[in-house]
Ligand binder design. Structure first.
Ligand code: BTN
Length: 255
């Protein structure tokens, strides 16, 4: 099974904005208006950047990558979460190609450098029961953010590539490389399915060989040895009772 190079699908239409509320909201609207697969929306700043679980994504001007990619895959709605794993791997590959840092991925889809979050991904979709209309992959990467630009009330430690490496990242180069990697991964996904990206995601996961604890609203709901992810991207835990527990949501801590 040879990895494909991308076919230039992603980024064929590029919308660059100085400031917007949320590139995900813009891409969603463009998708509803019929924009083609591969349309990318990028902004210098977001005034209402959306994080997962209704959180705010801090999006100061001119320092980071805020981007949303419109895809129209012929897959079933329950398979859509698989696409977020593509974004995580694309971001990790782009970090490796543009810095000397060693990114890791934390389930479901945070990208970490030395345990601190450097990128977050927000997958949104429009679907019917029997198929997907479109998926928006929202990708936020802290590139050149300085310590004083992070909000005080962050729930988990966060960082930027600049803070970790001491060197500024050229935003356009990073975006270009990341989108090329995403294009390649998406072509592979359409050709070979989820298996290759799942394998690479697992190799890059911060929980390999480790015990993890899963919390919901601050309360521990499960714990066990990390045993990979399944075909739907659910987290698998080997429990002390010899069973495998399947986790579909929650905050994961490696212990
Ligand atoms: C998370 O909570 O980890 C997900 C953060 C996703 C942020 C990105 S920035 C570009 C895109 N537009 C948004 O409003 N959110 C995503």
């Amino acid at each position: 099974m040879d990895p494909q190079s991308g076919n230039g699908r992603i980024g064929q239409r590029l919308v660059c904005l100085t400031q917007t509320q949320s590139t995900n909201a813009d891409a969603f609207q463009l998708a509803e208006e019929g924009a083609p697969e591969g349309t990318v929306v990028m902004a210098d700043a977001q005034t209402a950047g959306k994080g997962r679980r209704g959180r705010v994504w801090s999006s100061p001007e001119g320092v980071n990558l805020y981007c949303s990619v419109l895809l129209r895959p012929l897959i079933m709605p329950h398979e859509a979460p698989q696409l977020t794993f593509l974004s995580a791997v694309a971001v990790a590959r782009a970090i490796e190609k543009t810095t000397t840092l060693a990114p890791e991925i934390k389930w479901p889809n945070d990208v970490l450098i030395t345990g601190r979050k450097v990128a977050g991904l927000l997958n949104e979709m429009s679907a019917e029961t029997d198929g997907i209309n479109f998926v928006i992959l929202g990708i936020g990467v802290n590139l050149n953010m300085t310590a004083d630009q992070f909000p005080d009330d962050l729930r988990h430690p966060a960082t930027s590539l600049l803070l970790e490496s001491g060197s500024k990242v050229v935003r356009t180069s990073f975006a270009d490389i990341m989108l090329q990697e995403l294009d390649t991964l998406y072509t592979d996904f359409l050709t070979f399915g989820f298996a290759p990206v799942r394998q690479e995601w697992q190799r890059r996961c911060n929980a390999n060989g480790r015990r993890v604890v899963v919390c919901e609203a601050g309360t521990e709901v499960a714990s066990g040895m990390f045993a990979g992810i399944d075909e739907d991207g659910a987290l698998l835990l080997q429990t002390g009772k010899g069973t495998t527990e399947r986790i579909v949501s929650g905050d994961v801590m490696v212990i």
